[in-house]
Ligand binder design. Structure first.
Ligand code: DX5
Ligand code: ZN
Length: 218
């Protein structure tokens, strides 16, 4: 099945001294999502933005706000990011391994009419997501160790993308399979042929001409 490819530039790599200018360029580039990396310095060894910064981005961009939380307490922060403007809220399985909490988080996000996502780190097998295929709209496969932009794509991620896509197809579930980390014009093609339909790219987009980079990914 031919899926439309969605490009989601990650704001982690943008030049914050030129935020409005770059957001405008991203808005005109054909990218449809804005990937917003939230880090708490505990779940990952880096610290980024909170809900108040998301409110600023919400005002400055009408793109679909794809919030990816790499934090220890995704349940505590869910409502805060949703009310700050998140259109999708993706948390990490590794921060919430209990089935009851995973179901609860999906319910909180979806009950507000928003998109719910779950993500796995490179060392986490895709199989952990199998019981939850009907609970999420986005399955985010990390193709780098979360925490930083500019890392090298981990090729083993392709098997996980392939597996999740095949389980979704078998179950007749039309959810997004998103890949995040080390995506450029070369790795994007590999990820799409494995079944990804949402491509996160930070350094490749903001380290080059934004329009050109997005065009090369879609
Ligand atoms: C890493 C973040 C990614 C990162 C992608 O923890 O989740 O979204 O910003 O950056 P690149 O595309 O440079 O690997
Ligand atoms: Zn991310």
């Amino acid at each position: 099945m031919d899926r439309k490819i969605i490009v989601a530039p990650s704001v982690l790599s943008m030049d914050y001294s030129r935020m409005n200018e770059q957001l405008r360029e991203v808005g005109e580039s054909g990218a449809e999502w804005l990937h917003f990396d939230v880090m708490d310095g505990h779940f990952v060894p880096n610290l980024t933005f909170g809900p108040d910064i998301l409110k600023g981005f919400r005002k400055a961009s009408d793109l679909f706000m794809d919030v990816h939380v790499m934090i220890e307490k995704p349940l505590f922060f869910a409502e805060k990011f949703l009310s700050a403007g998140a259109d999708n809220y993706t948390f990490h399985f590794e921060a919430v391994p209990e089935e009851e909490e995973i179901r609860r988080l999906s319910g909180i996000v979806r009950s507000q009419g928003k998109s719910a996502g779950i993500s796995i780190k490179p060392d986490t097998p895709a199989e952990v997501l199998k019981p939850y295929l009907d609970l999420f709209d986005v399955f985010l496969v990390m193709s780098v160790e979360p925490g930083f932009g500019g890392q090298k794509f981990i090729p083993e991620s392709l098997d996980k993308i392939r597996a999740i896509r095949s389980w979704l197809d078998e179950a007749g579930i039309d959810a997004h399979v998103e890949v995040d980390g080390g995506i450029n014009d070369t790795t994007a093609k590999l990820a799409v042929s494995a079944g990804a339909d949402v491509l996160v790219a930070g350094s490749y987009v903001f380290g080059n001409n934004i329009r050109e980079a997005v065009k090369h990914l879609a």
